[in-house]
Design a protein around this ligand. Structure first.
Ligand code: CA
Length: 229
């Protein structure tokens, strides 16, 4: 699955440059030019990583960071902050903004790309692998096979994509709408209730001979794969 990077940058030229270069690096990229637009895009589809400018019109980068960290579904969303040289970079060091990393402007694209790869590797080690591991569950993404405690698990295509997606983001809570966008696609009309049905099937298949259910239902928020694995 192609990692989705949201760039939040109000300077059009820099936003376009970032979009062009990150696209070349193999990411799916969207650009928001202010904080409000960023929050709307994040609600529509949860990015795998955000490149967030510190100084933004309407809602500042720090405020966006704070809001994302306060919500269960975005608490662990990787954020790389872009700051201007000078007092901002000094302040960002001293402040607990909740960003995972930061890059000081002006920066080279190769530097930013390296930071993105490092953050994604740290937070989502399974992203580039053919096999995802979580506790006793192994998903072979090439052969499209799933095993739990060395027993073959048979899943339908939707349940497979759901499990694959959840295993890429252990511990992160997804709303039904976010799962619909990620697994079914945002251009397909499916009722949110459908997610519950497929989660139910996935649970049944996974938990045949094991009693510990790896999928957590988070009341009024959605679903998550247990972070402990
Ligand atoms: Ca700016």
């Amino acid at each position: 699955m192609t990692p989705y990077v949201l760039v939040v940058e109000d300077e059009d030229a820099l936003g376009a440059l970032l979009q062009y270069n990150l696209d070349k690096e193999g990411y799916r990229v969207a650009v928001a030019t202010d904080g409000e637009e960023a929050l709307v895009l994040i609600d529509e589809a949860l990015p795998d990583l955000i490149v967030l400018d510190w100084m933004l019109p309407k809602v500042s980068g720090v405020e966006i960071c704070r809001r994302l960290r306060a919500r269960p579904e975005t608490r662990n969303l990787p954020i790389i902050m872009l700051t201007a040289r000078g007092e901002e970079s000094d302040r960002i060091r001293g402040l607990d903004t909740g960003a995972d990393d930061y890059v000081v402007k002006p920066f080279s694209m190769s530097e930013l790309a390296a930071r993105i790869r490092a953050v994604l590797r740290r937070i989502r080690p399974g992203l580039a692998d053919d096999r995802l591991h979580h506790g006793d569950i192994v998903v072979d993404r090439v052969a499209h096979r799933v095993r739990r405690a060395d027993k073959e698990i048979h899943l339908g295509p939707t349940e497979f994509r759901l499990l694959d997606y959840l295993m890429q983001h252990p511990g992160r809570v997804f709303s039904r709408e976010q799962l619909l966008n990620a697994v079914w696609g945002s251009d397909v009309y499916v009722e949110a209730r459908t997610v519950d049905v497929h989660i139910g099937r996935l649970r049944k298949a996974l938990n045949q001979s094991e009693d510990d259910d790896p999928i957590r239902t988070v009341r009024s928020a959605g679903y998550s794969l247990d972070a402990t694995g």
